[in-house]
Design a binder for this molecule. Structure first.
Ligand code: SF4
Length: 315
């Protein structure tokens, strides 16, 4: 079920307040922050693609893995990738592991990006092969992008040292399936939304109104608290439902709230099990179903606790 019409004004106002609190100054808590320092568009694009692919697990370890990949690719990552070819082993990525993604997987992924740059010039040009301005979302274009990229996969067998699980496929999931494909939609959000201090605004033709929300555990949970979805499974149908609700709030740019909402979860300001004194200072409280259910007496106590000075440590 999407957001009921009577809740639109209060949810919009709360989310606008949230965006004023959680903005670009918090980029270091996000993998996207790793793409910003590069001055060239092509370098931002490829580092963003690598960063989105590795955006699973704890934020700190994600950023550490992206940093190591960036060090391998040097100051001109797009040029390094154009020159790179997978030769059946990890090569310069040897020793870099991100959770179950091994260094050989990273080398294969690097090959794929390099091959795309050699054939199409940029990831944007490759994406545009399947793009239609009439399409309501970028979902079909993304499926074609994935298909064309997979066609560029390096030939050759995996080395004996490579893990048995097909972790390489995990780096590039198929958007045609039932999964929410959070990391691919995250990448699209980064490159399609206009440069606003958070997103990069690198691609010209795809529009923000065609984006689908990248659903992770934080988006799924907080969207449910706001009534943006009543689905339980964080899959593609949930992503579509949350996006439909967000379109009611902002038809031109429905996913603009993504960064601020995920900060609440990533920074521990809205833990899985709500903590009343954290809720007392939360910009979303007027729209949040949890806070609305708390009795007035408990709300008062939570506000008092939130505004109390921190305890003096014992010397
Ligand atoms: S009011 Fe509490 S439960 Fe609701 S979104 Fe804010 S921190 Fe989370």
């Amino acid at each position: 079920m999407i957001l009921p019409a009577q809740d639109i004004p209060i949810v919009r106002k709360s989310l606008d307040r949230l965006m004023n609190t959680y903005g670009p100054s918090l980029l270091d808590s996000d993998p996207l922050g790793m793409a910003h320092p590069y001055p060239r568009h092509e370098d931002r694009e490829v580092i963003a693609f690598f960063a989105a692919a590795l955006a699973f697990g704890k934020a700190k370890s994600v950023r550490a893995s992206i940093r190591r990949v960036s060090e391998v690719l040097g100051d001109r990552p797009a040029e390094s990738l154009r020159q790179f070819e997978f030769r059946g082993e990890a090569g310069p990525f040897a020793g870099i592991v991100h959770r179950w993604i091994g260094s050989e997987d990273l080398a294969r992924f690097a090959h794929l990006i390099g091959a795309a740059l050699r054939r199409y010039g940029s990831l944007e040009t490759l994406f545009m092969e399947g793009f239609s301005p009439e399409a309501p979302t970028l979902q079909d274009a993304l499926a074609q992008f994935h298909h064309r990229l997979i066609d560029l996969s390096p030939r050759g067998r995996r080395s004996k040292k490579a893990p048995k699980r097909d972790s390489f496929q995990y780096l590039l999931p198929n958007p045609a399936g039932a999964s929410a494909c959070k990391r691919l939609h995250l990448f699209l959000k980064w490159v399609v939304r206009p440069a606003d201090g958070v997103d990069l605004g690198l691609w010209r033709a795809p529009r923000p109104d065609q984006l689908i929300i990248p659903v992770d555990t934080h988006i799924a949970r907080i969207s449910a608290l706001l009534g943006l979805t009543d689905r339980r499974t964080p899959d593609r149908r949930m992503a579509d439902e949350i996006t439909a609700s967000l379109r009611l709030l902002n038809p031109e740019d429905p996913v603009k709230y993504d960064f601020a909402i995920t900060r609440l979860g990533i920074l521990g300001h809205c833990p899985r099990k709500p903590v009343d004194h954290l809720c007392a200072g939360c910009p979303l409280q007027d729209a949040c179903r949890h806070w609305r259910r708390i009795p007035k007496r408990k709300k008062r106590a939570a506000r008092e606790m939130a505004s109390a000075p921190p305890p003096v440590p014992h010397s």
